[in-house]
Design a protein around this ligand. Structure first.
Ligand SMILES: C[S@@+](CC[C@H](N)C(=O)[O-])C[C@H]1O[C@@H](n2cnc3c(N)ncnc32)[C@H](O)[C@@H]1O
Length: 239
């Protein structure tokens, strides 16, 4: 462990849930209410979704640290932003100030928190507060179980290439497709080819006030908002 851990602040990875502020855990709320520094990632400098979620609970005296992450297909610009963000967080931790890094949904479920954790976790005491994931939010939104009994739930990032996505979807059970956003055209073609399109439901902004539920076959155009999840249920009924 580098530095004097007794003097260093703690790093919190704070899961804030998929959108409804009431889905914040009591633990996340307690930490948010007392922590001196609140950090969050802002994609391309747009307002942070995680910050929007916890806005009602932000303490005016908390210092905010925005880490701007450029969203490009190449990895380097984001890596550089994570490096710089880690350095900025480090400065607070070294001064003994605790930092809560806000994470939409759950920090360790496809969360960018992992990139900061990789840079800081070995050097500072780190506490991860789990959050309600987008999958839980999406299945609650459509009022259907995500998976039951011995069904297998598969989570597929739509960023996978066409061949891999097709292979994974071919053995379809219960499936959640995340990150569909600008990949929706590709996903729709595969689902249609595999005769799965009619089983797919799109949940946009699950648990938020502007939540929308659409049959995938009714979606017009080749893109979806970034915060969209596609759920495919097995035809099996639950007795
Ligand atoms: C980088 S992942 C982050 C997942 C997040 N950490 C979680 O626990 O759900 C982002 C993807 O999660 C899904 N997602 C996150 N929040 C969502 C929401 N409120 N409604 C629908 N999908 C959501 C979308 O597929 C989005 O592209």
């Amino acid at each position: 462990v580098a530095g004097n851990e007794a003097m260093s602040g703690k790093l919190y990875g704070l899961g804030v849930g998929p959108g409804d502020p009431e889905l914040l855990t009591l633990k996340a709320w307690r930490i948010l209410s007392t922590v001196p520094v609140v950090a969050y990632l802002a994609a391309d400098g747009k307002p942070s979704t995680a910050r929007e979620i916890v806005k009602p609970f932000l303490q005016p005296e908390a210092q905010e640290l925005q880490i701007v992450v450029p969203m490009r297909p190449e990895r380097e610009p984001a890596q550089k932003a994570y490096d710089e963000g880690a350095t900025a967080i480090r400065a607070h931790l070294d001064q003994g100030r605790d930092v809560a890094l806000l994470c939409e949904g759950d920090p360790f479920f496809y969360g960018s928190f992992s990139f900061l954790h990789a840079r800081l976790g070995a050097d500072y005491e780190t506490i991860v507060v789990p959050g309600v994931t987008s999958l839980s939010g999406a299945s609650a939104a459509i009022g259907q179980p995500l998976t039951v009994r011995d069904q297998i739930l598969k989570v597929l990032p739509a960023t996978l290439d066409t061949k891999r996505l097709r292979e994974e979807l071919r053995q379809a059970g219960s499936i959640a497709i995340i990150k569909a956003g600008r990949h929706f055209g590709k996903v729709r073609t595969i689902l249609s080819d595999l005769d799965l399109l009619t089983r797919a439901t799109v949940i946009v902004h699950a648990t938020r006030e502007d939540e929308r539920i659409l049959a995938a076959r009714d979606v017009e155009g080749d893109t979806l908002p970034y915060f969209s999840t596609i759920l495919l249920r097995t035809p099996e009924t639950v007795p």
